[in-house]
Design a protein around this ligand. Sequence first.
Ligand code: SAH
Length: 218
Amino acid sequence: MPDRPADDSVERMEFMLTLRRRGISDQAVLRAMDEVPREHFVEPNFLDTAYADNALPIACGQTISQPYVVAYMSEQLGVRPSHRVLEIGTGSGYQAAVLSRLAREVVSIERYRTLADTARSRLTTLGTKNVEILLGDGLEGAPLRAPFDRIIVTAAAERIPDELVTQLGPDGVMILPLGPHSGTQELVRLTRTGEGLKREALIAVRFVPLLPGRAREL
Ligand code: SAH
């Protein structure tokens, strides 16, 4: 890419190599991962490790997900250019930025005002126009904007949020980390079919908890 400083190109090459080595093969997902500058979404004191394959702390005690998990979830979601996608848990805005390159439109909900505002301004700086960030309780989804072709939950749910299932369109797919708030969860894919919801277990993951209501703190 033309305007990238030369000194981070090795890191970024390794970043892409790691994703391929770990099995990410969807070209559109790989392109999106290559295009979105992750350093733009991490806290200034973690700039050095922006391209390491780790989750990192962000404001409000939350985390920006590990790049592999972002790529894996994006791939398993099967996003097409015509799709409208709902994300629960904007956090840094990184996953939303990746999805914005794969989908027609992304609606992302965050319960912390600070995170929602920061993510919104980051995406504006990057010139991303097809992401709408809403402040609110993601457990309620975005009924006025439903149905969605794809729903991605990026915080750990102890049970399947019923309201989100109702906002999934025909043939819709939802991916969410399901399991206890402490420890690991199972990434689960739900597909709406003619016969009902199909459920598949994917990989083990570790996410911060999906909590009800808007955060009382900023
Ligand atoms: N997708 C993010 C990672 C988010 S971490 C990224 O790419 O950086 C999970 C986020 O979910 C946190 O920011 C947390 O505040 C948010 N969250 C947890 N419960 C929520 C809820 N009920 N509604 C909206 N956001 C929620």
